[in-house]
Design a protein around this ligand. Structure first.
Ligand code: A3P
Length: 386
């Protein structure tokens, strides 16, 4: 694959350059349509030629869609709820493949001898992941078309769990993240404009989601959604365990895991709060923000944060996604309130078939991850793939 590294230069690019760069991140490029830190170009070959293993377990996502939450769930399930080993920080248990390509620590460390060299999972994440024994647990935010060649071509078939989230909540969460990690100095309104234009790293959101959505029926892929985890974590746990080929968990095991994964427990768990990275940013004086990585964990935050005009822009952007992404966009447009009354798959079914669903039918399709869903799944998938 020959990748083109383009340095874009319109008004929003200038805004991004002005408000979201630092000693560690000097600028941005576009790689095959994806916005990435310019430092990434030094690592593009390492991503492309990364040696994948069939028994790897990957969690893929657009940033801020519940990646960490999903990683912790997947790791605990795959490791038979070994909470003792789970005390090791998540970045070591479940490293972030391209982390090293996001921030130029090498350059900064050369100029700042007072700084301690960060752990290898930050300093050379590719090497760190390479050396791990199987089965490896790997996180990535890369869109499907930028994943290592061996995954794209199907030569290697690791298990892939993709998690997505309501686009407006993702944007709100990403704004706070960029304030915490990049000292983003713009307003929320400016951030929304960048997000809509796909000018936030790993953007654009819809291209990211659709790349995985289109492949969700492949046997090695599981497609999850943040709102679904909020609404019915137990069902998601069961389905993920099944996908990972684990034996059925007892009711009490499920309850223990559910508690471990609860927002309150995760927020208090130092292993999943990226404290090491935040500490480095503080030492580098790149952040003065006292925020926490696991922040509020709510759905529908956009209702409090976005202006009416911005909501309209997001909605029409979602409506305007090119054909092929459309069904996918529709599926994720809803907020939890509607979701509770009418499961998303049911909604797609009813609109596509042009008929209204009765209460009994709604019940039939709920819960999404329940047994009933599998029975109607094929029909729905058939409709949605059209
Ligand atoms: P908010 O910023 O909206 O609070 P990612 O891991 O992809 O960066 O996603 C981070 C988002 O997931 C943050 O959202 C974070 O609070 C939320 N999150 C993490 N653990 C969670 C949990 N146990 N329950 C609900 N949300 C969680």
């Amino acid at each position: 694959m020959s990748q083109k590294f383009i340095i874009p230069a319109d008004d929003l690019d200038r805004l991004l350059q002005e408000k979201c760069t630092s000693e560690l991140r000097t600028g941005y490029i576009t790689v095959d349509g994806v916005c990435l830190p310019e430092y990434f170009q030094n690592f593009a070959d390492r991503v492309e030629n990364f040696e994948v293993r069939d028994d790897d377990i990957w969690v893929c996502s657009f940033p801020k869609t519940g990646t960490t939450w999903t990683q912790e769930m997947v790791w605990c399930l795959a490791n038979d709820l070994d909470f003792e080993r789970g005390k090791v920080i998540l970045q070591e248990r479940f490293p972030f493949l391209e982390l090293t390509s996001l921030w130029d620590y090498r350059n900064v460390i050369q100029r700042r001898p007072d700084l301690v060299k960060p752990h290898e999972f930050i300093f050379d994440s590719f090497n760190f992941v390479n050396k791990l024994p199987s089965p490896r647990f790997i996180k990535t935010h890369l869109p499907f078309h930028l994943l290592p060649k061996e995954i794209r071509t199907g030569e290697k078939k690791p298990k892939i769990i993709y998690v997505s989230r309501n686009v407006k909540d993702t944007c709100v969460s990403y704004f706070h993240h960029c304030q915490l990690f990049e000292e983003f100095s713009g307003t929320f309104e400016e951030f929304c404009r960048l997000f809509l234009a796909g000018k936030v790293y790993f953007g654009s959101f819809w291209k990211h989601v659709s790349g995985f959505w289109e492949r969700r029926m492949q046997g090695n892929m599981l497609f999850l959604q943040y709102e679904e985890m909020k609404a019915d974590l137990q069902s998601v746990i069961k389905e993920t365990a099944k996908f990972l080929g684990k034996k059925e968990l007892s009711e009490s095991e499920i309850k223990i895991l559910e508690k471990h994964l609860s927002f309150t427990c995760m927020k208090a768990n130092p292993a999943v709060n990226f404290e090491e990275i935040i500490e480095i940013q503080k030492r580098l004086k790149l952040t003065t923000n006292e925020g926490k990585f696991i922040r509020s964990g709510k759905v529908n935050q956009w209702k409090e944060s976005m202006s009416k005009e911005m909501i309209n822009r997001f909605d029409s952007w979602t409506e305007d996604v090119p054909k092929g992404y459309k069904t996918c966009a529709q599926r994720f447009k809803f907020d939890i309130t509607q979701y509770e009354y009418m499961p998303i798959t049911a909604f797609v079914y009813s609109t596509e078939s042009g008929s209204e669903l009765h209460d009994t039918e709604k019940k039939l399709y709920y819960p999404l991850r329940g047994k009933e869903r599998t029975e109607v799944q094929k029909k729905l998938e058939h409709i949605m793939l059209m």
